[in-house]
Design a protein around this ligand. Structure first.
Ligand code: NAD
Ligand code: TYD
Length: 363
């Protein structure tokens, strides 16, 4: 077994932040397996160009042959599994991809991880970790007076996205209990920060505001989410990977419950300060209430007491400091958002990798 790790979905929002942070922090070689769906963007990894501790492989986690080959060629000490279809609204319009990647893809990785582990000696098997990155959405929706989700909260997913993530969490649990695979599961709240695809609330609001377009808020804007700066999430994952107890799950959150309206107003205030547009007035004037999402969960809240007590992890950013960093990043990187909105990054991917997902290349 080598010291390398396989990361899946490392060209997406959280995965790319994780890979860059891992390599910046002196971590071992990363084999980054990503299908480059609409959400995957190799541009997120540009700072690793030419770095031989990062090997990018374009491939599908559902493709058993590719996954098998990576395990046998690189003999990693861990898998950190981010790859997923991740947008609730897309799961409502087309759930099939979510079942395929989130459930079947996770199953494929588990099968191949297990078969690889069986080739290891006892101490290597003991050291191996399969870390599955999941979401608080598997716990369902809370009323305003309910306690926050703990690791004991029963699963109650309400969207095709959260149901598919719940399915994958259960498979991970089963592979630990049945086969003894050394798994870890993290359930995190809503992330925000650099490189988030502009279909998600915060980057969407920033790019619409800068373009003078309406800022769509679903329903009455009183749905509550807990928000965590992505860099804090990535740090939590590293801590769980190194110190978490196999077979356990860890909830991760920012202790920042906000209504969607509060989030959008915060973005508007920061933009009013950092990119004022006196002729148009406050960006708040663009706020527009639109038709609600079907089955829209009312409130998510995370009790992150277990990871704090057992592993001494705490978020570094408050909502105020994290949101300021996020808005500053999007202002400084408008070309990144523009490339996505114009579709240019997809043309580049086709040129670089062709249209077949099995093609591979070092970035
Ligand atoms: P994302 O949609 O930005 O990125 C997903 C990545 O996975 C993309 O690079 C995509 O190309 C890749 N991918 C998709 N299907 C694949 C397949 N079949 N094979 C290989 N690669 C594939 O997602 P994200 O927001 O970075 O989320 C990453 C993980 O974290 C997901 O598992 C998600 O459920 C979880 N999560 C996200 C949040 C959040 O707020 N974004 C919160 C908690 C947990
Ligand atoms: P989103 O970023 O899609 O994450 P999730 O649904 O996984 O929590 O949405 C965050 C919240 O913002 C959610 O309650 C839906 C709401 N929302 C809007 O009000 N308007 C929008 O345009 C979007 C994309 C989301």
């Amino acid at each position: 077994m080598h010291d390398s790790i396989i990361v899946t979905g490392g060209a997406g929002f959280i995965g790319s932040n994780f890979v860059c942070q891992w390599i910046d922090g002196g971590g071992s070689q990363v084999i980054n397996l990503d299908k480059l769906t609409y959400a995957g963007n190799p541009g997120n990894l540009a700072e690793l160009d030419g770095n031989d501790r990062h090997l990018f492989v374009r491939g599908d986690i559902c493709d058993r042959a590719v996954v098998k080959e990576l395990f046998s060629n690189y003999r990693p000490r861990a898998v950190v599994h981010f790859a997923a279809e991740s947008h609730v609204d897309r799961s409502i319009l087309g759930p099939e991809e979510f079942i395929q990647t989130n459930v079947f893809g996770t199953f494929t990785l588990l099968e191949e991880a297990l078969s690889y582990c069986r080739t290891l000696d006892a101490s290597e098997q003991d050291r191996f970790r399969f870390l599955h990155v999941s979401t608080d959405e598997v716990y369902g929706s809370l009323g305003s007076g309910n306690p926050a989700f703990s690791e004991q909260t029963p699963y109650s997913p309400n969207s095709p996205y959260s149901a598919s993530k719940a399915g994958s969490d259960h498979l991970v649990r089963a592979y630990h209990h049945t086969y003894g695979l050394k798994t870890l599961t993290t359930n995190c709240s809503n992330n925000y920060g650099p490189f988030q695809f502009p279909e998600k609330l915060i980057p969407l609001i920033i790019s619409n505001a800068l373009a003078g377009k309406p800022l769509p808020i679903y329903g009455d804007g009183q749905n509550v989410r807990d928000w965590l700066f992505v860099v804090d999430h990535c740090e939590a994952i590293r801590v769980v990977l190194e110190k978490g107890r196999p077979g356990e799950t860890y909830n991760i959150g920012g202790n920042n419950e906000k209504t969607n309206l509060q989030v959008v107003e915060t973005v508007c205030s920061l933009l009013d300060e950092l990119r004022p547009n006196p002729a148009a007035g406050s960006y708040r004037s663009l706020i527009t209430f639109v038709k609600d999402r079907p089955g829209h969960d009312r409130r998510y809240a995370i009790d992150a007491g277990k990871i704090a007590q057992e592993l001494a992890w705490h978020p570094r950013e408050t909502f105020e400091t994290g949101m300021r960093k996020a808005v500053e990043w999007y202002l400084a990187n408008q070309a990144w958002t523009q490339q996505i909105l114009s579709g240019d990054y997809k043309h580049w991917i086709e040129k670089q990798y062709g249209s077949t997902p099995r093609q591979r290349a070092k970035l």
